[in-house]
Ligand binder design. Structure first.
Ligand code: COA
Length: 388
């Protein structure tokens, strides 16, 4: 296998983007990544596009071909593949692109992700998202994603010492970081009171415990590490790519407060990178709901089960903490255009490792990690990236 590097990144602003289309969002992000990678004269060998549900959100399928066409690659007949794994679609598109380059089959590859969710109303969007759960056992009886993660939060809070304030602090921290990220959907700080007094969505989760509904796209360019310096002085090496699956329905899990797929993918990634937890300088985790960030920190092995709330309260995961988590603002403040999120996580880590993260820069960051989740944890992708 060849070593693989990220040589360019691009990301649109996230939010309610009624002035643009799905296809234009992707082209905007892809264009930024191509410019960033200085590859305008190069042949793009392949595209992998993460997208969860364009069929439900904008009534469009055949996304791989659509994106190749509007990226100007139809005349080159460039292979383009849609990757779908619910909210983990972006993470898995990145992984497929890494595998393609590592195998030697392809050299210059685009990994992207795109979702346009706000063209439909909230109930339609919530139902489209619910298709990532088990429709027969969960969706048909009314379980939505806020409802399913509320069950995880209830179970967790019954078994471990997590306070309402500690849970709220996850959102407070991520809004603080989002306020320092020019692409974030929410660029304002909030207090614990804002979270605790916001409207109840699914007990105990309130509005500010939830990621929002978002439009956005992100793209990165991959190349063999041995060629990376032809294009950039700051290539970022892919140190590990890992993926794991679990039961699709929550009730079939061994333990609903532990994402075993995160545990498995995390362990595989650390083994592949030959690194330990203490080597990670920052991590982007899948905080689709505040409780998901608490579980992710523990399931990736950064602390014992039941300790992430205290860690959050003590500021360990804050921008100036020992292990900054979700410096981008996470899904909570940056927004969660589901197919694009996994690529945006890679974008954030690359920006940080190149020292280009502006007001949210982690000084001297050398190694970063991403954790991207599909559904309630039926699919998980974990990546580790480092300065080359
Ligand atoms: N956090 C903070 N504020 C939010 C928000 C969120 N998650 N979602 C919406 N808002 C704000 C809006 O900006 C708007 O503010 P304004 O009145 O100042 O403009 C206000 O709340 C109402 O927005 P609206 O779009 O009407 O909210 P909604 O009630 O339709 O949707 C949720 C709120 C929580 C139902 C929706 O965001 C949701 O379903 N989130 C979860 C998405 C999800 O499940 N993703 C997949 C995870 S696996």
């Amino acid at each position: 296998m060849r070593d693989v590097a990220v040589i360019g990144v691009g990301c649109t602003t996230f939010g309610e983007k009624w002035g643009t289309s799905f296809r234009n969002l992707f082209v905007e992000a892809g264009g930024m990544a191509i410019e960033d990678a200085n590859i305008s004269g190069e042949t793009i060998d392949a595209l992998y596009v993460g997208n969860m549900s364009a069929g439900r959100f904008i009534d469009q399928e055949h996304i791989g071909a659509l994106i190749a066409d509007y990226s100007g690659l139809a005349s080159e007949h460039t292979p383009s593949t849609r990757v779908e794994s619910a909210c983990c679609s972006g993470g898995l598109a990145f992984r497929q692109a890494v595998i393609a380059v590592a195998s030697g089959m392809e050299d210059i590859v685009v990994a992207g992700g795109v979702e346009k969710m706000t063209d439909v109303d909230t109930p339609t969007s919530v139902d489209a998202l619910a298709a990532a759960a088990d429709r027969e056992w969960e969706g048909f009886v009314g379980a939505t994603f806020p409802g399913l993660y509320a069950m995880i939060a209830t179970d967790y809070m019954n078994r471990y010492p997590l306070t309402r304030e500690q849970l709220a602090q996850v959102a407070v921290k991520n809004h603080y970081n989002g306020a320092r990220n020019p692409i974030a959907q929410f660029q304002h700080e909030i207090s614990i009171d804002t979270v605790i007094n916001s409207s109840l969505v699914a007990d105990p989760l309130r509005l500010f415990d939830c990621s929002p509904i978002t439009d956005g796209a992100a793209a990165v360019i991959l190349a063999p590490l041995e060629r990376a310096h032809e294009f950039t002085d700051t290539p970022i090496k892919v140190l590990a790519t890992a993926q794991a699956s679990d039961t699709i329905a929550l009730h079939d899990r061994r333990d609903i407060s532990t994402m075993d797929a995160t545990v498995a993918a995390g362990d595989r990634a650390f083994k592949m990178a030959k690194l330990e937890r203490k080597d990670i300088d920052l991590v982007e985790v899948h905080d689709c709901f505040t409780i998901a960030e608490i579980c992710a920190i523990e399931d990736l092995g950064f602390c014992k089960k039941g300790e992430a709330g205290k860690l959050t309260e003590e500021g360990v995961t804050a921008l100036n903490g020992k292990l900054p988590v979700n410096t981008s603002g996470g899904l909570k403040a940056c927004g969660h255009p589901v197919g694009a999120t996994g690529i945006k996580q890679v974008w954030e880590i690359v920006k940080q490792l190149r020292g280009e993260a502006g007001k949210r820069q982690i000084d001297g960051a050398e190694i970063g990690m991403t954790q991207n989740v599909g559904g309630t944890g039926a699919s998980v992708a974990v990546h580790i990236l480092g300065r080359a």
